[in-house]
Design a protein around this ligand. Structure first.
Ligand code: CP
Length: 317
């Protein structure tokens, strides 16, 4: 690792708590771990002796696996617990579950929960670091950071002057909320496009321009972030017809022809192919979907490293 940097944060709850300097330091740290991840031997002793608990009370493939891989590549001991199989199913509260995990003296608890504010709730009660792996509709900070990492690589380090369109289910999206905050502060111009029923509450507070017509929204953009249509969070009646939604808001090659040359496409996953993103785009050279997954391991290594060694970093100064 390069210079010693006094990381001030016990927890990572959302990107809004990070300064732009801290975001860039985290992305630089992730870059060195990205290089480690491409070596034949992908393990470093950085967090040897540290314990990381992964508590995922909502389903996850990418985030849960990549935090687990990240911890193991740093030589930490990782332990995963899901809602099903835990005593939450017997009625134990989130607080008692967390205090139980804390009694085993972990250094970091990584939490995914369906309730907005769950990570803050734990951070206020636990001595160890709490990392938010997605809480309800509120925030998904490591997703925003890995998206920034992926676009920084694709754009050769330049964020200023680029335009990013965030497309789809804005109403239910923690990915859009964290991403909009992060990219606007990095100097990226933002556009948002969704049907009226999937616009977020308080849209005047969002840092960008809203569109309802995808053909207008995509004109001249440098990247499009497609959001997953969160069918499990839809309230009855928000979308009268999924075929109509896909006809209007599914990103296709025809739309990409209106964007800037070299346009890149992101999707946090899991994808509903043919609903919010055309299958041929997901598999095309424009797609950063698998780059995002690879970046996710490096970014989560950086987050775990910075949070778990915070006390040592400060003491060494
Ligand atoms: N992007 C994301 O959070 O994916 P998972 O739900 O699979 O973790």
């Amino acid at each position: 690792m390069s210079e010693v940097y006094p990381w001030p944060h016990k927890d990572l709850l959302d990107v809004s708590q990070l300064s732009v300097d801290e975001i860039m330091h985290l992305l630089d740290t992730a870059r060195s771990f990205h290089e480690v991840n491409r070596r034949p031997v992908k393990k470093v002793p950085t967090l040897k002796g540290k314990t990381i608990m992964l508590f995922f009370a909502e389903n996850s493939t990418r985030t849960k696996t990549s935090f687990d891989v990240a911890g193991k590549r740093l030589s930490a001991d990782t332990h995963a617990l899901g809602k099903s199989g835990s005593s939450i199913q017997k009625g134990e509260s989130l607080k008692d579950t967390a205090l139980t995990l804390q009694a085993m003296r972990p250094d970091v608890v990584v939490l995914r929960d369906a309730s907005s504010g769950a990570a803050q709730f734990l951070a206020d009660r636990l001595h160890c670091s709490v990392v938010n792996a997605g809480d309800g509709w509120h925030a998904h900070p490591t997703q925003a950071l890995l998206d920034a990492f992926s676009l920084r690589e694709a754009w050769n380090g330049a964020f200023e002057g680029k335009t990013l369109l965030i497309l789809g289910d804005m109403a239910h999206s923690r990915v859009a909320r964290s991403g909009a905050n992060l990219f606007s502060r990095l100097g990226v111009r933002l556009r948002f496009c969704a049907p009226r029923t999937l616009l977020p509450a308080g849209k005047h507070l969002w840092p960008g321009e809203f569109f309802s017509d995808l053909n207008e929204a995509v004109r001249g953009v440098d990247a499009v972030m497609c959001l997953r249509l969160q069918l499990e969070r839809q309230q009855a009646g928000l979308l009268p017809d999924l075929r109509d939604y896909s006809a209007r808001y599914c990103l296709t090659m025809r739309h990409l022809e209106l964007a800037n040359p070299g346009v890149r496409v992101l999707h946090p996953g899991p994808m509903n192919r043919g609903l919010e993103i055309a299958s041929d785009i997901a598999d095309s050279p424009a797609s950063l979907v698998l780059d995002q997954v690879e970046a996710g391991v490096a970014v989560r290594m950086a987050v775990l490293y910075l949070c778990a060694t915070r006390a040592e970093q400060t003491a060494n100064l």
